[in-house]
Design a binder for this molecule. Structure first.
Ligand SMILES: N[C@@H](CCC(=O)N[C@@H](CS)C(=O)NCC(=O)O)C(=O)O
Length: 208
């Protein structure tokens, strides 16, 4: 199977999940900042939303949302426990977490990347950022509290929700949101970064 990703974006979480799963895959980087990237037209064709990740299976079938790709890959490697077993309450809890990451954390933090597109006026940018920051911080605070006494969001086991939360929380360094008030989140990110599969993906994407 083939994963199209852009370095450091939410699609990196699927790259991490694939690496953690041990399943053979090919990862193809798309550079949205390079109009000459020959794969940009292909991405537009594959996904009219123009977003990554996109996963293409060997039979040509396609998935193009973080949650579906992560869950599909996790289910292909059940022995890795990247998602609790079908039909269990723990599975619903893990999906609850990944939904929080996709709908709340990703949108709350990721929206800050768009501030420059709203206006070239620095004052307006500042006003918009001041409006968005409390929202982003409320999600970081929620995660911080829920991580108390835990290694990962589900407890002791790393799941697909952690792949995704790790990437999104990592954006804070580019957005100049200090994580010092969120000690559990800081420790969580360091813990995940030290996982061999994660370290391998970060290196492959040129992020370390
Ligand atoms: N709902 C989608 C959102 C995917 C998404 O927002 N992808 C972003 C990167 S984080 C993207 O590809 N943006 C296009 C761009 O940067 O031009 C999912 O969960 O997979």
């Amino acid at each position: 199977m083939k994963l199209y990703y852009s370095a450091g974006s939410c699609s990196t979480s699927c790259h991490i999940t694939l690496e953690e799963s041990g399943i053979p895959y090919e990862a193809i980087e798309i550079d949205f900042d390079q109009p000459s990237d020959p794969n940009l037209a292909l991405i537009e064709k594959l996904n009219p939303l123009g977003t990554l990740p996109i996963l293409i299976l060997d039979n040509g079938q396609q998935l193009d949302q973080n949650l579906s790709i992560a869950a599909y890959v996790a289910d292909l490697a059940p022995e890795k426990n990247l998602l609790p077993a079908y039909g269990t309450f723990e599975r619903a809890q893990a999906l609850n977490w990944i939904s929080f990451v996709a709908a709340d954390l990703h949108k709350g933090i990721g929206a800050l990347f768009g501030v420059q597109k709203i206006s070239s006026d620095a004052k307006i940018q500042g006003t918009v950022r001041d409006y968005m920051i409390p929202n982003a911080k409320s999600y970081l605070n929620y995660l911080n509290e829920k991580l108390e006494g835990k290694d990962y969001v589900m407890g002791n086991t790393f799941t697909i929700a952690d792949s995704y939360a790790f990437v999104v929380c990592g954006w804070t360094k580019w957005l100049e949101i200090p994580l010092t008030p969120y000690k559990n989140v800081e420790a969580y990110l360091a813990r995940i970064a030290s996982r061999p599969a994660v370290a391998k993906v970060l290196k492959a994407e040129g992020l370390v």
